[in-house]
Ligand binder design. Sequence first.
Ligand SMILES: NC(=O)C1=CN([C@@H]2O[C@H](COP(=O)(O)OP(=O)(O)OC[C@H]3O[C@@H](n4cnc5c(N)ncnc54)[C@H](O)[C@@H]3O)[C@@H](O)[C@H]2O)C=CC1
Ligand SMILES: O=C(O)[C@@H]1CCC=N1
Length: 274
Amino acid sequence: MSGGTSGAKLLLVGCGKMGGAMLDGWLASGVASHVAVIERAGLPDALVGNPKVSAATGPGDLPAGFVPDVVVLAVKPQVMDSALPDYRPLVGPGTVFLSIAAGKTIAYFEQTLGEGAVVVRSMPNTPAAIGRGMTVAVPNARVTADQTALCDALLRAVGDVAWIDDEALLDPVTALSGSGPAYVFLLVEAMAKAGEASGLPADLAMRLARATVSGAGELLNQSPQPAADLRKAVTSPNGTTQAALDVLMAEDGLQPVLTAAIAAATRRSRELAQ
Ligand SMILES: NC(=O)C1=CN([C@@H]2O[C@H](COP(=O)(O)OP(=O)(O)OC[C@H]3O[C@@H](n4cnc5c(N)ncnc54)[C@H](O)[C@@H]3O)[C@@H](O)[C@H]2O)C=CC1
Ligand SMILES: O=C(O)[C@@H]1CCC=N1
């Protein structure tokens, strides 16, 4: 690694929703000395002129002498097959390939890039855009302690990080925390619709649903109490919350729906690996 955990040289492949959010975090935290970006749609306008960022059309178009400490792979899994072979010339002990792609396994990267590839497979989520992401990461056998520390710093620049050894867990991780923000946004939509069905005007219902979910999320974030205790604190015996929870916590309530949803996403993550 050329620059310690501050001042690393990065190559970002794919600067869309996730890659762009992570890049913003690296620039704000100072973890990167320079980020070369390969993005099919071109460098986002906000980054043009940033002295720490340069655009490249492909791995053969990097600034002279630029050997990245980390190549962050942030293209869609379906794009990876055609894009990844071009990056074989960058494989070496000093360069980590850090993937955020759903379903793409360490074995896949080792097969496509070559056995010598240093690989970290990870799964972040979109709250990374406000520094509140949750990422789970797994290293392959070639990742050194310094490289783990560097990848940890990159991922920590956009939120919390958990390192695991069992790669198989990344499928349910993807289903829970990777896709999870979408479930929460759907909850807001569903609560607003339910409020409307109970007589609220649409705009007030959406305002209340949004404020309630984001406020409850922040309370959960700041409180040391378990989620179940925070739930009980809202619930008066025989009150309104209890009436709703009798529906939501029934045998055919929220739990079986969420269990089925997360099982479906876990299956899909496994399918993407085929
Ligand atoms: N959106 C999400 O919530 C999460 C996404 N991911 C993973 O992140 C990856 C990216 O997803 P998003 O950011 O949502 O997609 P996106 O579509 O917003 O970003 C992908 C970017 O890659 C660019 N691109 C396409 N082909 C390219 C190529 N050959 N070279 C360079 N750039 C190319 C596209 O123009 C696009 O800007 C996916 O693999 C996904 O599984 C992981 C966690 C959460
Ligand atoms: O939907 C997807 O496949 C990606 C992975 C996790 C979140 N979005």
